[in-house]
Design a protein around this ligand. Structure first.
Ligand code: 16G
Ligand code: ZN
Length: 529
């Protein structure tokens, strides 16, 4: 078949280094960019097959998110803008690791197992971040997709690509499948939400943004005119000189618990940081004594769920709201959500696909990882109820107002995946509507002191976990050792888990005081963060 001949010829231009083995991990393939050319080509092939199988547009995003500039990665996006289904992750690993002469067999194997009709049309959207290697690597993806209807979006944030895939496959019901369409939808919702807030001062409209020298910086600049001065952004680390994710960005700020390089903040000013592909965000400010205060994904989830719950009460809508977290969620946040807010809290394994999946089980599922990746999902029934009430002219003013706010909130949120720009606009709108300062938001609850370390071990796979990664089942004795340490301190919790993105083991601990953490015990094995 001519198609397969073309695959053979083209794959020779993207040869696989003999013996190289890579795994489709938590967020796709990720490693040094020099090792990825053949993987990109093959993911172009696989995305095309996935498109033929689903008869829908599939996304391919070239990015290594918060990882160093020298790295790169690739992940596939399924028709509704969600992460590719697990069975196809297995195919991705098989295709990536097939030696050159085995590639066609591996490809035909997928076609056969999935009973794919090769005559079916295919459509693939390809996006990339600003890494120097992203140009040639996304070209390799397109080579794989070539002549099968691929569409190259060029530079986009990861969540923009997810969004456009979803728009395309819902015939525009979710919005227009263009970057401009994305800006228009989000900015209109933001303006609608904030327009009736009385006396918003310039201070309240001002926000410092650390773009991590990445794609988010470019895109938020493009968006600014659409916001019509309702938000005044001062952008730092905009990519004009600094290196991607280097001493800046959401991951640096969260792990180091300090301000990024280059951001000049005065006491009390609201600041936020994106990561390298703009699917994560964290907030922070400097306190009066110059102390650094971080508002991470847990604080964001709390702010948003409190706001939504209040609106549901005002609207008189009986919808179940839940917050989905991971083991990294600060114990104080979980306690506040369960005991004070009385919302359902679920804990899942690390990785967006797990949280997303769990959040789909509720009318309204707010999910955030502590690292700042998250969004809110509304069930179809919930959206319909909100819409109906917002349009009901017989209902009283308070209920209608709340329903309209809810409706615009739905429009502001990118439900396909966590989105730094959309989350930022939502947080800014919520703070404005509730008349809250960043300090008041921070004071909703107080974080337990916590630390995260990474430790290099010979083989991290010997560690096996259970209970959403909160306990280990092997090696024998490890959990008992952790338990015996933890029980010496108040409100203490600790866990270890093998990383899904790096060859390290992660160690997390929290307790009621820094002293209680006694992280020196770990420091012998500590790697620099
Ligand atoms: C990836 C995940 C992120 C998770 C992190 C954990 C996505 C889009 N990203 O970056 O959600 O927190 O991996 O990394 O799923 P780790 O397994 O190395 O700790
Ligand atoms: Zn990211």
């Amino acid at each position: 078949m001519a198609q397969f001949e073309e695959v053979s010829q083209k794959s020779a231009v993207h040869p696989k280094p003999v013996g190289l083995v890579l795994q489709y991990g938590t967020a796709g393939f990720r490693t040094n960019s020099k090792q990825l050319d053949h993987v990109m080509f093959r993911m172009g092939l696989l995305a095309t097959l996935r498109s033929k199988k689903t008869k829908a547009t599939i996304g391919v995003m070239v990015t290594a998110s918060h990882n160093p500039e020298e790295d790169n990665g690739v992940k596939l996006v399924d028709p509704m803008g969600e992460m590719v289904t697990p069975a196809w992750e297995v195919y991705a690993t098989q295709l990536a690791n097939a030696e050159q002469e085995e590639l066609l067999t591996a490809l035909k194997d997928v076609i056969e197992r999935e009973a794919i009709s090769m005559a079916q049309e295919a459509s693939v959207f390809v996006g990339k971040d600003t890494r120097p290697s992203s140009d040639s690597l996304s070209q390799a993806v397109l080579d794989g997709v070539h002549a099968l209807g691929g569409h190259n979006y060029g530079l986009v944030t990861t969540p923009q690509l997810h969004y456009m895939v979803c728009c395309q496959n819902t015939q525009g019901r979710y919005g227009e499948a263009t970057v401009k369409g994305y800006y228009r939808k989000l900015s209109q919702a933001f303006i609608q939400l904030t327009k009736n807030v009385p006396n918003r001062t310039d201070d309240q409209k001002a926000l410092l943004v650390d773009g991590a020298n990445g794609i988010g910086a470019l895109k938020v600049c493009e968006m600014e005119t659409y916001l019509k001065n309702e938000l005044q952004l001062s952008l730092f680390n905009d990519g004009s000189s600094g290196k991607l994710n280097h001493l800046c960005g959401a991951d640096y700020v969260k792990v180091q618990q300090r301000a990024p390089k280059g951001v000049e903040m005065t006491a009390g000013e609201r600041c936020c940081s994106y990561d390298g592909d703009a699917d994560r965000i964290v907030y922070y400010y400097s306190g009066s004594a110059g102390r650094f205060h971080l508002l991470d994904g847990d604080k964001i989830a709390t702010l948003i769920s409190t706001y939504l719950k209040e609106l549901l009460t005002q609207a008189g809508l009986d919808l179940q709201i839940a917050v989905v977290q991971t083991a990294y969620a600060n114990g104080s946040s979980t306690q506040y959500l369960e005991d004070t807010m009385k919302v359902i809290v679920r804990c899942t394994k690390t990785g967006v696909k797990h949280l997303h999946h769990a959040a789909q089980e509720f009318d309204i599922g707010v999910y955030f990882e502590a690292n700042g990746h998250g969004t809110v999902l509304f069930s179809k029934a919930a959206e319909e109820k909100i819409q109906k009430l917002a349009q009901d002219s017989n209902t009283n003013d308070e209920r209608r107002r709340a329903a309209l706010l809810l409706q615009n909130t739905v429009n502001l949120i990118n439900q396909t995946v966590g989105d730094a720009i959309s989350d930022m606009l939502l947080i800014e709108a919520v703070l404005a509507i509730r008349g809250m300062t960043v300090q008041q938001w921070d004071a909703i609850y107080t974080d337990l002191p916590n630390r995260q370390l990474k430790v290099k071990v010979a083989d991290r796979r010997v560690i096996d976990t259970t209970d959403a990664e909160r306990r280990t089942v092997s090696p024998a004795g490890l959990q008992e050792a952790i338990d015996s340490r933890v029980k010496k301190y108040r409100r203490a919790r600790s866990f270890v888990r093998p990383s899904g993105t790096e060859d390290v083991v992660r160690v997390y601990a929290e307790a009621d005081t820094q002293v209680g953490l006694r992280l020196r015990e770990f420091s012998a094995a500590r790697d620099t963060q």
